[in-house]
Design a protein around this ligand. Structure first.
Ligand SMILES: C[S@@+](CC[C@H](N)C(=O)[O-])C[C@H]1O[C@@H](n2cnc3c(N)ncnc32)[C@H](O)[C@@H]1O
Length: 350
């Protein structure tokens, strides 16, 4: 008698499901690669509202038809594009998100998540888990952002576009959630290309603002904030490193999705905010929280990617509050900005 003979039908079914699940996960790199290939080929952009044959698509995206069919079939098994009974392919809600013109487009975020550096870093996850540190110094002899800006300018550009794309929706939510009563000046620290700051300045015509980020990012700031832009006379662009110095005096410091690197960098950044700000200034920290996430698979994946690239992490409510306390900031209210973002109101003690 074999082990299988002893297995209850219910257990056998569960074990088939477990085998299928683990096989799919172990081959998960294919899914990411297939999304990237579809993006680089431009399939989602070329496929309109009318379903198309593989041959038609292959011609427009310059691909070999049989190989393209295999790519589309693999993606369709995940609900990205759908094969119709007549063999033509149509868009699905998920495949439309790969288009740059989709209302909640994930085009640049999908490209960023599958950039060449990610394929070098993921195989070293076991090393990162052993050491608890980024693999970048070992892989490239430098820190992640230095590598991006010095050695991989296309990836740096993709990163900035991805951050700006994800900021477009969250900027509306942050602008709606943030009470700026009595605030004359706001500083967005690590504010990327300034989508959130521009949105705040547009909503509050008397507000003035400063945007601090790395020099390469500031150079490509939102045109509304740059010289000649509609908001330029109320915006100051500050290229710099917030771990070294924050040379900005403001009533409110906004720190959104940057306290995700190693704790020492977070501590230094918060200390620099504390040194720059006057007593009573507000410090508003906005983050996705692992313990309040709407998608554990997405947040835990980002958490591990942050471990690999910057030795960082996604926080829990408690871990962030600990860092806030250590910086000497006074905790205030914690509010929901949208289903995936929480806002921690803090003040500099008087
Ligand atoms: C995840 S993005 C968040 C951008 C923006 N706050 C938002 O929520 O859309 C992190 C930002 O931190 C910036 N950054 C990384 N290291 C930095 C440093 N040492 N000083 C200033 N900015 C930095 C990056 O360039 C990037 O724009």
């Amino acid at each position: 008698m074999t082990d299988t003979d002893l297995t209850h039908p219910q257990q056998a079914h569960q074990s088939h499901e477990a085998v299928a699940q683990l096989r799919e996960i172990a081959l998960g790199a294919m899914s990411a690669a297939a999304v990237r290939a579809a993006l680089r080929l431009g399939v989602a952009e070329e496929l309109g509202d009318t379903p198309a044959t593989v041959e038609e698509l292959a011609q427009t995206v310059s691909a070999e038809p049989r190989a393209l069919r295999r790519l589309l079939r693999a993606l369709a098994s995940h609900g990205i594009f759908a094969e119709q009974p007549d063999g033509r392919f149509a868009h699905t809600d998920a495949s439309r998100l790969l288009r740059a013109d989709a209302p909640r487009s994930l085009r640049y975020i999908s490209l960023w998540s599958t950039e060449p550096w990610t394929w070098q870093a993921w195989p070293r996850l076991d090393e990162a888990v052993r050491s608890g540190k980024s693999v970048f110094p070992d892989l490239h002899g430098k820190q992640f952002f230095d590598y991006l800006h010095e050695d991989a300018p296309e990836s740096a550009e993709m990163f900035d576009r991805a951050m700006s794309q994800s900021s477009v929706q969250s900027a509306k939510d942050v602008t709606a959630a943030l009470d700026l009563t009595g605030v004359d000046t706001v500083a967005d620290i690590g504010g990327g290309q300034g989508i959130v700051l521009a949105s705040l300045l547009e909503r509050h015509p008397a507000l003035r603002g400063a945007l601090l980020d790395l020099p390469g990012v500031i150079a490509t700031a939102d045109p509304r904030l740059r010289e000649g832009g509609a908001l330029a006379d109320r915006a100051r662009l500050v290229p710099g490193d917030c771990r070294v110095d924050i040379p900005i005096r403001a009533d409110l410091y906004l720190i959104k999705n940057i306290l995700e690197w190693d704790d020492e960098s977070t501590a230094r950044t918060l200390r620099n905010v504390v040194s720059a700000a006057s007593p009573g200034a507000r410090v508003v920290i906005i983050e996705n929280l692992v313990d309040e996430t709407v998608s554990m698979k997405f947040t835990t994946a980002m958490d591990l990617l942050l471990l690999l690239n910057v030795g960082g992490r996604k926080h829990t409510k408690e871990s962030l509050l600990t860092l806030i306390d250590q910086a000497g900031l006074r905790r205030g209210e914690i509010r929901v900005v949208n289903p995936s973002l929480h806002m921690f109101e803090c003040t500099l003690p008087g």
